[in-house]
Design a protein around this ligand. Sequence first.
Ligand code: MG
Length: 368
Amino acid sequence: MKISRITVWQKDLPLREPYRLSGGRLTFEALDSTLLRIDTDEGLAGWGEGCPWGHSYLPAHGPGLRAALAILAPALIGEDPSRIDALNRAMDLILPGHPYAKAPLDIALWDILGRKAGLPLSALFGGAEGAGVPANSSISTGSAEEMTARIADYRASGYRTHSAKVGGAAPEVEIARIEAIEAARRPDELVTYDVNRAWTPGLAVEVMNAVSAKGWFEQPCETLDQCAQVQRRTRQPLLLDECLQSLPDHLEAWKRGACEGVKVKPNRVGGLTRARQVRDFGLAVGWRMHIEDVGGTVIADTAALHLALSTPEENRMGSWLCQAHLRDDPAPGAGARLRDGRITLPEAPGLGVTPDESFLGDPVAVYA
Ligand code: MG
């Protein structure tokens, strides 16, 4: 089997409401997503999606992703799509770095492999663990009242794991906001306070040592060095996210005792191949992990959720679905979906979901 064509679409994805991160330093109204299909000479095709969260969340953006595809995609034409590791090495040779641009290609290769094998991706990643994955909300930065109201809305639709975006305010405001959310938290709920690197180490130590919350805090500061310093001086477990771009970054975080868990996001680390390596390293050292993607439609959600579903329950926390924030949906009802408080996945081969091409419009590039 050989790759015969790669077709690329760009899609603006408006958010249902503006979303604020990092204390409002970063605001988003729409995402710029890139979807692609890899066709083969045997008629099998695979889908992938790459959707950075705007231009300011990570060193990644939609136009950059498509510019990189113009270099990467032609190199894959004529290659055997089942040689996924070799094709990742080839992509790293012709374009070092840019993991977010390689992610949609890697996801589509896995989709083809799953379809060829007749197995869902969760089976290829080790097998499903449990019936579905708990859902993780994403609560935009706001006042204590706004944030507790948003958590209540998610609770009503079955969510019990929440990611509350804090940071960007004076210490007394941060402390009061976290205490208000803790006071409203139900005993069966987990709230992670995600700072999205908004605090200095001193502010992180001050706030975390003042609040009653004993649960998780996430990416308090910009760098791994700063986060490691905070972890040494606080009692709450840290999750790291934005400062980990590669597997060696994760090894370094472990060596420094900088965290007790990580976010595993295929688009941040270069696709499912790399995300699975990170997930398996996390299992080896006993980390807890949120496994979800950076952004995107049900295509990106479903790819990440196959990896989450195949992760032991004691190591996985909830998974976020970007689809909950989007106005539009390329495959209504299909793929990873929240049902009765848990995210369930299709058992069809590969990703198990295909976008409606009329939703995508005309392609922006075709490589053959
Ligand atoms: Mg985060």
